[in-house]
Design a protein around this ligand. Structure first.
Ligand code: TYD
Ligand code: MG
Length: 457
């Protein structure tokens, strides 16, 4: 028998090394290299080669117009949207999130929706975490039974799970979760990088060769990566993260990667007694329930994928006792906030250099759109001057270094969202194209940020 060769694999990023190293050359982490059987890579590489279908086509071959991406409606519109318009029939999707956030619940509810929307569709749910009795109990509570189309298996051995797939031939396979499955080909423990990679390789292969939509659940490690980390993300077609804020019942489903749609989509759910409920009007979630106008608050508009969200931005400017005043931001890039503070200092002639600045996006949302600049700047200015801005006003626009306002994309949908939620006034950049028809809204256009002073005297 050939002598078993070993090598070292970083448990954080998957980098290989022939000898042990204290520090991973790939990711720079310390003490992450672990010895593993060298056969592992052979198997993994073999898997990679097999996973790519061998059929080769000419680029000039006629395109089969009748077979565009086949998508399945999941019966959950928040999920359909985050997937880019339904579940692609032979796609491989990774659903990441903290333990307990509701991944299993979401996928069980998806199973219900899928079978209701697509009668006769077979769905196999393989759990490596719970017994069939446990899953069945939960599935019954969520109303998944009926139609004889959802099947359960409690299994941690990958080969046995795949044998069940072979026999049942489901259209959708749910594997819950990545870290609990292990292949008999490898000796390393479930959850190690080589196991995780082997499991994902095999699943990718069956998604692509058998046309099965495969969902893989992945728990997130404390540093925020889906464990088994980068090694899996590049293999899958779509990466979704399911997130929650501490103490909040709502859940955000974010698209991080998607070969079949936009990556800026956001699905919003609420965890209730009877499972996850879609939130049809998420703006109301992110606008805190305030009645009267208070200094330091402004409402902005952020486009999350195709959907506009109104968000409340909060700033607190206070005299600093420190040599270097603090600039703290939650929910928006702190460099951007410092930049806006500098612009306000210059163009609204406010001395902020000796002031601490704390900034927060209400509701735990993270904003990356420059369209929120004006609202952020207005909140900071409002706090610094202790001047409350009217609570029925929305601020939309990007702010440049010279204090000029810039136009933003999709103004019409943002205005429509503001109108829907009863806002009466919109401050927006001059020259922005929009129609005023059917609107009770008052529009105030400005070209420079210092004009805020004249508007809110
Ligand atoms: P779960 O889907 O098991 O999370 P994950 O698979 O991401 O680990 O959800 C677990 C939590 O959801 C659990 O704390 C209980 C809660 N929950 C409800 O509040 N209502 C429900 O109807 C269900 C099924 C779960
Ligand atoms: Mg679970």
């Amino acid at each position: 028998m050939a002598k078993m060769k070993t090598h070292y694999v970083c448990q954080s990023c998957g980098t290989h090394s022939a000898k042990w190293l204290g520090r991973c050359p790939g990711c720079g982490e310390w003490s992450t290299l672990v010895e593993e059987a060298a056969e592992d890579t052979g198997a993994a590489r073999g898997g990679a080669a097999r996973a790519i279908p061998s059929a080769v086509i000419s680029l000039d071959a006629p395109v089969d117009e009748a077979s565009p991406l086949r998508r399945l409606a999941t019966g959950i519109s928040e999920l359909d949207r985050t997937l880019g318009g339904g579940l692609v029939a032979d796609s491989f999707v990774l659903l990441g999130g903290d333990p307990g956030v509701g991944k299993s619940t979401l996928l069980l509810q998806m199973a219900r929706g899928l079978k209701e929307k697509n009668p006769g569709l077979k769905i196999l749910y393989v759990s490596g975490e719970e017994s069939t009795d446990q899953i069945r109990g939960r599935a019954h509570r969520l109303g998944v039974q009926g139609g004889n189309s959802v099947f359960l298996a409690a299994e941690t051995r990958l080969e046995k799970a795949l044998a069940a797939v072979e026999e049942l031939k489901p259209a959708v396979l749910i594997m819950d979760s990545l870290q609990t499955f292990s292949s008999d080909n490898l000796e390393s423990a479930p959850g190690s990088v080589s196991q995780v990679r082997e499991v994902a390789m095999k699943l990718m292969s069956i998604a692509k060769t058998q046309g099965i939509a495969v969902w893989l659940v992945g728990h997130v490690t404390k540093d925020g990566n889906i464990a088994g980390p980068k090694a899996v993300e590049h293999m899958v077609d779509t990466v979704l993260y399911f997130e929650s804020e501490v103490g909040q019942s709502y859940r955000l489903l974010r698209t991080v990667k998607n070969r079949f749609g936009s990556t800026r989509e956001l699905g919003v759910f609420e965890m209730q007694g009877e499972g996850l409920v879609e939130v049809s009007n998420p703006s109301s979630l992110f606008l805190s329930e305030r009645r009267e106008a208070v200094p330091g608050v402004a409402v902005g508009s952020s486009l999350e994928g195709s959907r506009p969200l109104l968000v409340e931005l909060q700033a607190l400017v206070a005299t600093s006792g420190l040599a270097v005043p603090r600039r703290t931001s939650v929910g928006m890039d702190s460099v951007r906030i410092s930049l806006l503070a500098a612009i306000i200092e210059r163009h609204l002639r406010l001395p902020l250099a000796q002031q601490d600045l704390f900034f927060n996006v209400a509701g735990g949302l993270r904003l990356s759109e420059p369209a929120c600049d004006l609202a952020a700047a207005a909140a900071i200015w409002s706090s610094a001057t202790e001047r409350a801005l009217p609570s029925d006003c929305v601020f939309i626009g990007e702010v440049g270094l010279t204090g000029e306002l810039r136009r933003v994309a999709q103004l019409e949908v943002r205005i429509a969202e503001a109108a829907k939620l009863g806002f009466k006034k919109i401050i927006l950049p001059q020259g922005a194209a929009f129609s005023k028809k059917d609107s009770q809204m008052e529009f105030v256009t400005i070209s420079k940020i210092h004009e805020l002073r004249e508007i809110f005297k």
